[in-house]
Design a protein around this ligand. Structure first.
Ligand SMILES: [Zn+2]
Length: 277
């Protein structure tokens, strides 16, 4: 009755095809209870909290019921976006953001009513991207003429970044739910999370000091430890810039005019009204 059909901004990659159409339902009380249980733990595993929202909320993907592993292969960008779509279905498009301003003496409370969830910038992922076949990049125009049998070997869309000055070239895949779970265990440590994510998503690497290296056996955390820092920093920046998804960072202003950047999270609003919130 209250179900909504939406288009995923990235889509789930399967055998050379992108599945985008998703049907979601309004959240029930039991979902809020399960999510509150996870978020209320000492070191909450946020990817598990996202799964706890999305699993019961997704009715179907391209008309088929959700496969057990679908949330693992769904890109992080789509998972995070869906979380806000479930929120919008539950609470509407506007929420009140709150934060503290530490520049005020004493600390003041910032309240920002009617923040528009629809207005958050979103970067989508085109279908027209190269794919990874397990050994190498397959260009999008080649993918389009492959037979369905050959497309079965395609593992997902990927992207190539290159820096001519450094002589470095890397192929990455886009991070998914399984990666989100892996890096979630590291907690709130941005540098380690980025390092790990880069390591998980690196498919191929070439620089002046190294021969062409390809997954699976070549990359672990030691690989980055041996790469020059300027090259590592370039690849981290290039990776971050290529990420699709919602930009959830927004700027708030306190009553005395101090500006503060805040990351908007869906969870406090999903849990509003429960004892957790
Ligand atoms: Zn202030």
């Amino acid at each position: 009755m209250s179900n909504t059909i939406l288009e995923l901004p990235c889509g789930v990659d399967l055998h050379g095809q992108v599945k985008r159409q998703v049907e979601i339902r309004k959240m029930k009380g039991s979902v809020q209870r399960d999510v509150a249980r996870i978020v209320g733990q000492k070191n909450p595993e946020m990817s598990a909290a996202i799964d706890a929202v999305l699993n019961p909320s997704i009715v179907s993907l391209e008309g088929e019921s959700l496969r057990p592993d679908a949330l693992r292969v769904m890109y992080i960008a789509d998972r995070d976006w869906l979380l806000f779509e479930v929120l919008k279905l539950l609470r509407g498009d506007k929420v009140t953001l709150t934060d503290d301003c530490e520049k005020c003496e004493p600390v003041s409370r910032i309240e920002y009513p009617d923040f528009d969830l629809v207005g958050m910038p979103l970067t989508k992922l085109d279908n027209d991207r190269p794919w990874w076949n397990g050994q190498d990049v397959v260009a999008a125009d080649v993918v389009s003429i492959l037979s369905p049998g050959d497309r079965k070997n395609l593992l997902g869309r990927c992207f190539v970044v290159e820096n001519k000055d450094l002589g470095a070239r890397a192929v990455f895949r886009y991070p998914n739910g399984a990666d989100q779970k892996m890096v979630g265990r590291l907690g709130d440590k941005p540098v380690e999370v980025m390092w790990k994510l880069l390591c998980l998503c690196l498919l191929q690497w070439k620089d002046p000091e190294r021969e062409l290296k390809t997954v699976p056996k070549n990359f672990n955390e030691d690989f980055w430890g041996d790469v020059d820092l300027d090259v590592l920093e370039w690849s981290q920046k290039a990776f971050a810039e290529a990420m699709p998804g919602l930009d959830t960072v927004t700027e708030l202003e306190c009553p005395r005019g101090h500006k503060k950047k805040t990351q908007v999270s869906a969870f406090p609003f999903l849990l509003q009204g429960s004892a957790q919130a």
